[in-house]
Design a protein around this ligand. Structure first.
Ligand code: NAP
Length: 525
């Protein structure tokens, strides 16, 4: 993406957000803001976790040209802080720092790296409240969900602190008696990690945890919408004793930072979570220097409710799978396929549950649905609903902007959706649940697989043979059976088809950051 394209994207997405050519004063001001937001920011600052500069070689630094970018609260439009808006020069320095630290960090024992990661985990848990507040303020998710993400994000550090000690090689029975054949697992080198706004902490720890555990060093680029959580987490990493240069953070001009990572021969691996379009660009851009690549991209999750499902379990599970983070997750149920015999009953129970969702500022305890990330996200939802209704779908509840204004949108259910509609074909990434009737199991499987995406799928049924049959037939990386929330640090997370490459989390998650080295020892008899 060119710089001009990025500016257009930013303008469209951000509305009032500005890139500023500003001074480099490092006393971070608490701007004029509403009482609750001001109090939350004060709490974060008092804990020393309001960081606004990039982290390069263990030092907090401004953009070299002094540019900053404003971070806004999507619930109120208030500017929370201005952070350094960096580009290729800062990224090159971050890569150089990661590269020179690689030799010392990778030479530590697994135990030493494990202890630092565990300490980082402990500090994140100790600062759970401040991190969750930051996340709610810059991303909009309700505090309860933000606290859940802190626990989830931290769990990857704990898990990979343990896994660091279990990266075993192999001894292969030789084909000649005087030979000994060994396989060593070694860290791939410097990693470029690019992450999205919808999970401002967990998408970073899910990458950085295994990378550091293996002995890699990292340059992280968080989303321009949610850099504050990333910077606070990086500060805790420094406090935990992760050495200067092992973890660097640069943010700002995404295409420039991306290009610098792609062009560098010192960066040996790109790990990315975000849209399929950007993932494809990064994959293509990695070809020149033949980098290892892992991609966690967009989904289009089917959620299949069979006639034989327990209706309460199906409503609870599909509600959770659809409306978490106001529908802004890659594993959100994007298409709810309901068998004809249960369609009316399910629809009325589901609508009732949707009507009970509380839309509001995530700082309020009663809120279960926060705002969407920006105006462009709301316009996308509107476009998908207009497309569906113009082709015969009916809005059963919601279907418009919420009276709270800003980017709040009513939790919505749309009935009679079919496979020619945008709501079926693409990720809506908002609080809209399309209901799609089907007749047979074969038809449901066909509809579910009729997409280029293949991340998460859900099925609700009380039949054990059916749960096996359908799970095996779904072209997806993750399947939830009678359960809507399935991600955990101990299980492999990742997609098939155009939803990505590689797996994160679990014992498989370290493989993405390792190279195999075969050693043949001769003259051993
Ligand atoms: P996005 O626009 O692709 O952005 C993701 C990251 O890529 C951000 O840090 C962004 O920077 C950066 N970026 C954008 N253009 C770039 C370029 N040319 N070179 C290098 N980096 C670039 O995606 P998003 O809107 O933030 O996230 C939503 C998407 O992520 C959805 O499709 C969702 O399904 C997917 N997602 C997938 C998973 C998974 O595990 N499979 C998890 C969460 C989200 P800026 O934000 O600073 O522009």
């Amino acid at each position: 993406m060119s710089t001009a394209m990025m500016t257009m994207r930013r303008a469209a997405a951000l509305g009032a957000r500005h890139i500023l050519a500003s001074s480099s004063s490092r006393v971070v001001p608490i701007r004029h803001m509403s009482a609750d937001v001001g109090a939350a920011m004060e709490k974060i600052r008092a804990a020393g976790l309001l960081k606004t500069q990039g982290l390069i070689a263990g030092r907090w630094v401004d953009a070299y040209d002094g540019k900053t970018i404003e971070v806004e609260n999507p619930a109120t439009g208030e500017v929370l802080a201005s952070v350094s808006c960096m580009g290729s020069r800062e990224t090159s320095d971050a890569i150089a720092s990661a590269h020179s630290t690689f030799y010392s960090w990778s030479k530590l024992t697994a135990n030493e790296r494990s202890k630092a990661l565990r300490k980082w985990y402990d500090l994140i848990i100790a600062h759970k409240e401040e991190l969750a507040l930051l996340m709610t303020l810059e991303q909009g998710k309700p505090m309860k969900e933000a606290l859940g993400e802190v626990n989830y994000g931290a769990s990857f550090l704990e898990y990979f602190a343990e896994e660091a000690k279990r990266i075993y090689g192999d001894i292969i029975p030789p084909t000649l008696s005087d030979r000994r054949l060994l396989v060593l697992k070694q860290p791939v080198g410097v990693v470029g990690a690019i992450t999205p706004w919808n999970f401002p902490l967990a998408m970073i720890t899910r990458k950085v945890g295994p990378a550091l555990a293996c002995g890699c060093t990292v340059v992280v680029k968080p989303s321009e919408f949610t850099p504050l959580t990333a910077l606070a987490a990086a500060d805790l990493a420094l406090q935990a004793g992760i050495p200067a240069g092992a973890l660097n953070v640069v943010m700002g001009n995404a295409p420039e930072i991306g290009d610098a990572l792609l062009q560098s021969t010192q960066v040996r691996k790109i790990t990315f979570t975000g849209s399929t379009a950007v993932g494809k660009k990064l994959m293509a851009g990695s070809a020149d220097t033949v980098k290892k690549v892992s991609l966690e991209l967009g989904g289009n999750a089917p959620c299949i409710v069979f006639d034989d499902a327990d209706i309460d379990v199906a409503v609870k599970g599909s509600l959770a799978a659809k409306f978490r983070n106001s529908g802004q997750t890659c594993v959100c149920a994007n298409r709810i396929l309901v068998q004809e015999g249960i369609y009316e009953k399910f629809a009325s129970a589901f609508i009732k549950a949707v009507q009970s969702l509380q839309v509001g500022n995530g700082l309020e305890e009663t809120t279960s649905q926060g705002p969407l990330i920006n105006e462009a996200a709301v316009q996308k939802v509107e476009k998908f609903i207009n497309d569906a209704t113009s082709k015969g779908a009916n809005v059963m509840v919601g279907g418009k902007r919420h009276s709270l204004g800003m980017t709040f949108y009513e939790p919505t259910v749309v009935g009679n959706v079919s496979n020619d509609m945008l709501l079926f074909r693409e990720e809506v990434f908002g609080p809209v649940a399309p209901l799609i009737p089907f007749k047979t199991e074969e038809e449901a499987i066909h509809l579910a697989n009729d997409t280029n995406a293949g991340l998460a799928a859900y099925i609700f049924t009380n039949s054990i043979p059916r749960s096996w049959r359908v799970s095996e037939s779904l072209e997806y990386g993750l399947v939830g059976v009678n359960e809507g929330i399935i991600s955990t640090e101990v299980a492999p997370f990742g997609g098939v088809k155009q939803s990505g490459l590689g797996r994160e989390g679990s014992k498989y998650g370290v493989d993405e950051y390792l190279e195999l080295k075969y050693i043949c020892m001769g003259n051993m008899s």
